[in-house]
Every structure is written in C-alpha cells, then in structure tokens.
Design a protein around this ligand. Structure first.
Ligand code: FE2
Length: 378
C-alpha cells in the first residue's frame, strides 16, 4: 500500500532472497466495544471515508465491521454483537485495540507456506473468498500477544475491499486531513521479550534489524525502554519492537503492558506530505496531542540545521523535528485514543530521513511522564 514517493523505495536485499515479498500494509483491524461510534470518530475527526461494511444486513451474524480509508491507509473497526466469543474477550481484556496487522502480498499461499515452515504459529490457513468482483486469498499467523498478521492477496479482486463486505459511504461529512500511508506500526512486548520477537521477524518473516536503541539512548529520569526496528526487504513494512527497561519509576511501556494486559500494538505512524496542514486540521477537530515545552524550540535550529518549515509555525503547532544522515523528519504524537493509556498515533512527514526521531525521545518521554504523573501511574 505504498506509493512511488515512499521515502525508501530502493530495495536493500536481493529480491531472490526475499522469501516473503510484501507490497505494504493492507489494513489494520481493531476490535472495539462500539464500532459505530469509533467509525464516527475516525470519519469526523481523522477524515477517513467509510468504504465498506459487514454485519447482520450483509449476512454476518456475530459482528459488525466498518472499513475506513484515507489515502492508502485502511482501518477496520470490528465489534461483537454477543457477550461471548473471541472479539468480546479481546475487548474485555485489552480495551479497544489492534487485533490484525494485515500485510499485502502477491501470493498468500506462498506467504503462509514460507512462514509456517520457518516456525510461524498458524492462526488460520488459506481462505479463498469470492464474489462478483473476483477473489481474495488470506491466511493468518500469530505474532506478539493476541495480535495476528493476515496475508492478503487481492490481485484478482476489483471490489472495494473484499468478499463478505458491501460497499458503503460515509453519512457524515468527511474531509481528508492528508494522511497517505502507514509508515510503521510499533509493538510493546513484555520484559526481556524484545529479542525473541525480533528473532521471530528475522527468522520467520525474513525481516532485518535496521535500527536499535538501548536504555542509554532512551532513558529519562524515570522512564526507560529498549527498542529495535525490524523491516522487510523493501522497507515498506517497518515494525519497531519495544520492551521496558529498569528505571527509577514505572516505564511508559510497563504502563501500557499493565493496561493492555499483555503485549500489543502501541502506536501506528501515519504519513503525510504536509504535517503543518494535517496537524492544524486534526487539532481543530479536537484530536489531542502530547505537548513539549516551548524550550524544545529554543535550540532547535542548532540541533537540526536549516529546514524548509517555518520555526514559529512549528512551535505554534508543537511539531517535533529530528535529523539523521539522510535528511530530516517532522513528527507529533497524539495522546492515547482509547480510554486506557494504550494505543496512540504518530503523524510523520519524512524529508529524506529514514530514522524514527531519536533526538526527540527525551523531550517526548518527559512529556509522557507528565501524563503518567497525572494518571498516577508513574
Ligand atoms: Fe514511531
């Protein structure tokens, strides 16, 4: 689901060696308590269009699912219609959260075969679903916590999403905020589990580590964490994996694990070509962002050098900047978008940089700690 303007389209591996070629993120599915209201939030605040729906009216008896799209980003919001069953159990345990990180492939059967022979735990074998618009093939494997990866092959499908769903249109006014594609999805895993999951992505999915941070890099007075970023061959799919590290007080990762009751998706980074416009628009619609102190901007130019954006505008919108060898990036993080302090979003605009904003970690983590303090969970 990436465009030709994606920042890192050059492949770093020999395609012959890539046993799991990925075309991008196909969709992210959330299990939520009330999909109708969540869909309203993502349409009116975030500018996603409703494109498809499944539920009792379409022959699906146990759940409702709203499929929302903006640019190449697709979200599915699914809620159970009954108290028992996996969806309800997931929501009871985790609150609203990500169940599926779906990966777009050319050959779902091969993706399943290659990953399962390398040790993937299969959640659902190959499914062939068809309707008047053609055929979609899927297969799913487990990853950390209750999260799964679904391989989606849609080369023989012309419909709006996939068989089992009906096309639908937003009934509320929807105005895009300029979101283009999923840049990366971050997982939080338990104490000492980061390397296990990094190895899983290396061995089972053929990813490689592109960046790693230790607790020296990512530590403030209280919070500490370790992180490694794994990516597939063309870097269309990037998964940073975090684990908590020992600090003076409770790390933000521990807070997540306590409230999510296990490992899960911490944040989804969505890319824009114009972060100033995107963030100004989201703010005007009530989306709530972390705040860094004004002092962050005092020495910004000394840290990141000349940038195209106006510093006063950046300061006004509280947008963060970081530079690596290849360029710079602009980013900003929302507060958690669920009742529990679990999942949040990152808005990111890359101007050459391929990294993840290490220079902002300290300012950000101090901002998160101020929030933890307010929640009494530091
Ligand atoms: Fe991120």
């Amino acid at each position: 689901m990436e465009t030709a303007t994606h920042p890192s389209t050059q492949s770093n591996t020999n395609p012959q060696e890539d046993f799991l070629p990925l075309l991008g993120t196909d969709y992210v599915e959330f299990y939520v308590g009330n999909a109708k209201q969540a869909a309203y939030y993502y349409q009116s605040a975030w500018g996603y269009e409703l494109v498809a729906y499944a539920g009792p009216e379409t022959g699906v008896k146990d759940r409702v699912s709203y499929v929302l799209q903006q640019g190449k980003i697709r979200l599915i919001l699914t809620a159970s219609l009954f108290p028992d069953g996996f969806i309800s159990d997931h929501v009871k345990k985790h609150g609203d959260g990500v169940r599926v990180l779906a990966l777009w492939v050319d050959d779902a059967a091969k993706a399943l075969e290659e990953t399962s022979k390398r040790g993937a735990k299969v959640h659902e074998g190959l499914q062939v679903k068809s309707d008047e618009f053609g055929e979609v093939r899927t297969a799913s494997i487990h990853t950390y916590g209750d999260t799964i990866h679904t391989f989606v092959e849609r080369k023989n499908y012309r419909g709006v999403f996939m068989p089992g769903y009906q096309a639908a249109q937003s009934k509320v006014p929807v105005k895009s905020v300029g979101l283009k594609f999923v840049d990366h999805c971050v997982g939080n895993v338990g104490w000492g589990e980061m390397n296990t999951w990094v190895k899983f992505y290396e061995d089972v999915l053929g990813f490689r580590v592109i960046i790693s941070f230790d607790d020296q890099d990512i530590s403030t007075e209280y919070s500490a964490l370790m992180s490694k970023v794994v990516a597939n061959g063309n870097e269309f799919v990037k998964f940073p994996i975090n684990e908590p590290a020992k600090g003076k007080k409770r790390s933000q990762i521990e807070e997540y694990l306590d409230f999510y009751h296990g490992s899960g998706v911490q944040h989804i980074a969505v890319a824009t070509d114009n972060i100033m416009e995107t963030v100004a628009e989201l703010r005007s619609r009530g989306v709530d962002f972390l705040e860094v102190p004004g002092t962050y901007y005092d020495d910004l130019e000394a840290r990141v050098g000349k940038i195209e954006e106006d510093m006063d505008e950046l300061r006004k919108l509280n947008i963060l900047v970081d530079r690596d060898d290849e360029g710079y990036l602009l980013q900003l993080f929302t507060r958690p978008v669920e009742d529990r302090p679990t999942l949040f979003y990152e808005i990111i605009q890359r101007r050459g940089a391929r990294a993840f904003g290490k220079g902002n970690f300290k300012a950000l983590f101090e901002a998160i700690e101020r929030e933890q303090e307010r929640r009494g969970t530091l």
